[in-house]
Design a protein around this ligand. Structure first.
Ligand SMILES: NC(=O)c1ccc[n+]([C@@H]2O[C@H](COP(=O)([O-])OP(=O)(O)OC[C@H]3O[C@@H](n4cnc5c(N)ncnc54)[C@H](OP(=O)(O)O)[C@@H]3O)[C@@H](O)[C@H]2O)c1
Length: 359
């Protein structure tokens, strides 16, 4: 007998809409409910929210009715993550897959980890954080690559991304503070940057734990670059002298020596600082060891279709984030209770696969 998992989609932004569509297409999943943050989306059919025929499931902005809804899992994809909200869902007996946070335990996150474990015990539920990155690139992909290793000396993950077309100007400008004065975007001044930095740090701890690197600390470095001139972008106007580049490094150290590193090179408006390293766009995973292994990864709207627009290519990253979460639902629902990382869930693959298209 095949199992069907009842799923709630929480928030229908760039990622949430794609997850909703994925849930509706996945043969092992049934849509149980949709939570929307925006009051104007309350009462709208889930199908309309993601561009497919009506489903009979109406979106709701009433948290209590969502908590009371009978479901196996929630795909949690709001712009701003709320630990209390996730804990309430866990206590209500629902497993939760988060795209904004909860990728792996880290020392800095110990108090929150205890709270999560307590909620999971209370609801006999489990929680997992994933996406494209953080998620697949910084966790599942290196774990898979490491299956070719006899021994490992160093792990490095590089991300190079242009945020210009990211369909979430509020995250780009408000949360990440691109387009703000540099002093407003620093780690010290911007709580969202600190929150975000912690997420990448969690991936460093995950790789250290998975590979036995035994790191003692993660050093976080941030460098900001400013736009030399003003530019109008799809997501808004970038003024000269405001932040147009953010470079982060998370360096996992043992005995003062780097063992696991993640670097993010993020730019906006096409201004790429001369002195920054210049890896290809996308993600590169390098494992130095016996043997030394490297893979470059990108996600696009299509490799074949020459008319795919930049917006479509960028949206493809939201599809990938959403589908990594959706495809992980059966594994999480079947996992032991508690905070489960990619180490626990193992390899996850598509639950939908080929779909027949006319002709
Ligand atoms: N792990 C990864 O690889 C990865 C990749 C991309 C994004 N993310 C994370 O996934 C989440 C969703 O990303 P997105 O691109 O879909 O974001 P988004 O489009 O900016 O917003 C998502 C939705 O959040 C709801 N929302 C709006 N204001 C809110 C607030 N003040 N508090 C809570 N929720 C609010 C809205 O839902 P309704 O429209 O339904 O009302 C909105 O559409 C974000 O936290 C993002 O950081 C993770």
């Amino acid at each position: 007998m095949t199992t069907t998992y009842r799923v709630i989609q929480w928030a229908t932004g760039s990622v949430g809409r794609e997850a909703l569509k994925g849930i509706l297409m996945h043969p092992a999943l049934e849509l149980a409910g949709v939570f929307v943050h925006s009051p104007e989306k309350h009462g709208i059919d889930a199908g309309q929210l993601c561009g497919v025929p009506d489903t009979g499931v109406l979106a709701s902005n009433d948290k209590d009715s969502i908590l009371a809804c009978d479901a196996d899992c929630v795909v949690y994809a709001p712009r701003l993550a709320d630990l209390d909200e996730v804990c309430a869902l866990l206590r209500s007996g629902k497993n939760v897959i988060c795209t904004p946070f909860l990728f792996h335990r880290s020392p800095r996150f110990a108090a929150e980890a205890s709270k999560i474990e307590m909620a999971c015990r209370e609801g006999s539920s489990s929680v997992h954080g994933t996406g494209i990155h953080p998620g697949f690139v910084g966790m599942s992909l290196p774990l898979a690559v490491s299956s070719l290793s006899r021994s490992i000396e160093h792990v490095r993950i590089e991300e190079r991304a242009d945020w210009s077309f990211y369909d979430s100007p509020r995250i780009t400008f408000d949360n990440m503070r691109f387009g703000h004065a540099p002093q407003e975007a620093s780690l010290e001044a911007n709580p969202f940057a600190r929150f975000n930095a912690e997420l990448f740090e969690q991936q460093v701890w995950l790789l250290s734990d998975a590979f036995g690197a035994g790191i003692e600390e993660v050093r976080v470095e941030q460098e900001l670059a400013v736009a030399p001139e003003s530019r109008d972008l799809v997501a808004g106007r970038l003024e000269a002298g405001t932040v147009s580049g953010q470079r982060y490094q998370w360096i996992g150290l043992r005995g003062g020596k780097s063992r696991v590193e993640i670097e993010a090179l993020w730019t906006l408006g096409g201004f790429y600082p001369e002195h920054w390293p210049k890896p290809q766009d996308g993600w590169t995973v390098s494992i130095e060891g016996e043997p030394s292994l490297q893979t470059h990864f990108i996600s696009l709207a299509s490799f074949r279709r020459s008319d795919a627009t930049m917006e479509e290519h960028v949206q493809a990253a939201s599809v990938a984030t959403a589908m990594q979460a959706v495809n992980s639902i059966p594994a999480l629902c079947d996992a032991q209770t508690g905070w489960r990382s990619s180490i626990d869930l193992g390899g996850v693959s598509t639950g939908i696969g080929f779909i027949d298209t006319p002709g």
